[in-house]
Design a protein. Sequence first.
Length: 407
Amino acid sequence: MTAACIIRNIIIIDGTGARSAEPQDVLIEDRHIAQIAPRVRVAEVVQEIDGTGKYLLPGFIDAHVHLRLPGTPINPASSLHEPPTLKLYRATKNMRATVKAGVTYVRDLGGIDYGAKLAVERGDILGPRIVPAVQAIGPTGGHTDYQTLSGYNQDSHIPGITTSPLADGPTEATVRTRELHRAGAGVIKVMGTGGVWSPRDSPDHDGFSVEELRAIVREAKNRELPVASHAQGVNGIKNSIHAGVTSIEHGYAIDQEAIELMRAKGVWLVPTLLTGLTPPTSDNVPEYARTKKLRLQKNLKHNIAMAVKADVKIAMGTDSGVVPHGNNLRELSHFVDCGMTPMEAIVAGTSRAAELLRIEDRVGSVAVGKEADLVMTDTDPEQDIGALAEAKHIRMVVQEGSIVHSS
């Protein structure tokens, strides 16, 4: 894209719940949205893009991805002996697929380091801009501990990161938080419960104790960092809320009490339905993981629908990496299935996700002054929200004013 560009005659769905009654022109200058009007006139010749019959949305934000994970069901132990750099090179392919899907910003909750964030920002590689957790942390034998399965010490799987993913007790938890801040983390990812893929725990098991979680939250707050808690079982969800975390990731077994706690404390929910509702049918899924996931799925949709109905703050996240990359916007259809309107689902994936990531002053809506992260589609998403998940309907993706994908 040239230094300036005009997208002409396009319907705007702005990410806040509003849409333009009539087609508009959008002027992009110096990476930002400079003007929105029925007819934009400029003195100099600029690139013009015809948006007739198309729809312009903010670039979508996925608040829960793992860019280094392959996106296929595998036994987690099978990748433990891969060189760390191989995973990073694989991530570049995953990052391209994510942008082409219409996602221009992500929160990577374990696996991508600060260097990948800088490489995208400097234009060295194509990908969504990244808020990295760098590495998730949890207790011994918990959801960050795969040594019980393979006997392999995984402490240094991320290039440049030598800290352990394990912490036991408030003191170690505080130290790990400080180490992650030093490594460039923009969010602290913790294990409030066990998980599906970890071999020796369960989603019903607590992860960090309330005391450990409080120590992490206290230190993260001191460093102006939010805390995202992987919490699937209901007791761990409540422990995380009581400890003061910013967001509950997954939340599959959430109940009415936890919902009321979240509302009272302003805690976010990132339900990752794309992962949660995917059947564990692959032959590569270990039996222990298959059993746990099937048990979780029994009431998952009902529980998240309760949170939607109660107006809990919800942001889009997919856990892409555990499921294939590049299908991120399928999450929006799952939101609608759980009771959101298509417009509410779009807002959850744009302005609300931007608010969670603390970048709402820059992106998340189509507005003058915002950075030009934009998606053009040829189908009205209010009429067919599922179309956004199909590559053929994503006609153009703009990131910081530059076209990074066009069909």
